[in-house]
Design a protein around this ligand. Sequence first.
Ligand SMILES: NC(=O)C1=CN([C@@H]2O[C@H](COP(=O)(O)OP(=O)(O)OC[C@H]3O[C@@H](n4cnc5c(N)ncnc54)[C@H](O)[C@@H]3O)[C@@H](O)[C@H]2O)C=CC1
Ligand SMILES: O=C(CO)COP(=O)(O)O
Length: 332
Amino acid sequence: MKCAVIGAGSWGTALAHHLASTGREVLIFAREPEVAEEINLHRRNSLYLPDIELLPMEATTDYERLFSPFEIYVWAVPTQKSRPLLSTIYRNIDLATPMVIASKGIENNSLMLLHQLFAEILGPHANLAVLSGPSFAKEVVQAAPTAVTIASTKPRTGAGVQAIFSNDTFRAYTSSDLTGVELCGAVKNVIAIASGICSEMGLGCNATAALITRGLAEITRLVVKCGGEEQTTSGLAGVGDLLLTCTGGLSRNRMVGQRLARGEKLAEIVESMAMVAEGVQTTQSTWELAQKLDVDMPITAELYQVLFAGKPVEQGIHDLMTRRLKSERWFS
Ligand SMILES: NC(=O)C1=CN([C@@H]2O[C@H](COP(=O)(O)OP(=O)(O)OC[C@H]3O[C@@H](n4cnc5c(N)ncnc54)[C@H](O)[C@@H]3O)[C@@H](O)[C@H]2O)C=CC1
Ligand SMILES: O=C(CO)COP(=O)(O)O
C-alpha cells in the first residue's frame, strides 16, 4: 500500500523521498500546482528543496486523492495552516490509518499541540503518532545518518511507524510521550531564534552553551507542567533537536535570529522567506502558555518582547543576565 505525505515543503518532500528509498510507493499532496508538476515531470522541488534529485513519487494538488486507502499518512503542513486543511479532509480519511504528525509548533490562540488538534478534529479513534527529533530535511534526503523519536500512545502504532521509517540511515526510537515529544520539538525553535541572535552578535560559545542549557531547563518545566515526561527532554526530540537547531547552519529559525540581530525587522524577514520558521508564531503561543500555566520561561519571555513588543535585543540580554539569582535546580 502507498504512503501519503501531506505537505510538499522541504520536510514533506524529504520524508516522501525517504519513504520512497525504503521501496514504498508515495503520493505527496502539494498546495502549489507548480510544485506538483515539477515533482512529477522533473523529480525536483526547487522551491522548497533545491539541488536535490528526488526518487520517483507521485505528486497531486487534488486532496480527494487522499481519500483512498494508505499504509500511513504523514503530516508536514505548517502548524498554523494545519487546522483549515485538516478540517477540509477529515471526514473522508480512514481513522484507522496511522497519521504521523511531523510538523513542529503550537497553534496560536488555542495553544494546542498538533496531536491535541488532531484528536479534537478526528475524534477519539484517531490513530496518531508524532515524528520529531534532530532531522534537517536536506540531510535526510542525502541519506546522512539520522535518528528520531516516534511517539504514540498506541504501542502497535508506534512500532509499526518505527518499522516503516527505519532503515540503515534513518533510525527511529519509540516513545509514549506525545506531549513531551511535541512540546520539545515546538519550543526548541524558540530557543533556536535566540541562539541565532547570540551567534550573530558574537556573544561567544559560553553564551550559546548557557542558552541551550537554560533553554532546556525552561522546556523541561513546561513539559512537566503539561503532563509530559521529564526524561523526554534528554532524548532526541529534546536535547537532540535543541542542539541541532541552535547550532546548525541549516536552521531557518536560527537564521531568523541572525537576521534580527543584523537589525532587520521581523515582518521583513518573515515576508522574504519562502519557507516557514515555526519558532516565530510558536514564541507567541509558548509565552501565552507559560503565562496561563504559570511556568517560568525567561528566555521565551525576553524573545517574545523582542519579537512582538519592540524590545531592543541588548536590553533583553541584559535583563536575562541580571534576573534574581537562583539555584540551578530546574524546578526551583
Ligand atoms: N525542513 C525541516 O528540516 C524540518 C521541518 N519540520 C517541520 O515540518 C513542518 C513543515 O516544514 P517545512 O516543510 O520545512 O516547511 P516549508 O516552508 O518548506 O513548506 C511548507 C509547506 O506547507 C505548505 N503550505 C503552506 N501553507 C499551506 C496551507 N495553507 N495549506 C496547505 N499547505 C500549506 C506549503 O505549500 C509547503 O508545501 C514545520 O512544522 C517544520 O517545523 C520538522 C523537521 C525538519
Ligand atoms: O526542526 C528542524 C530540524 O530538526 C528544522 O529546523 P528549522 O525549521 O529551524 O530549519
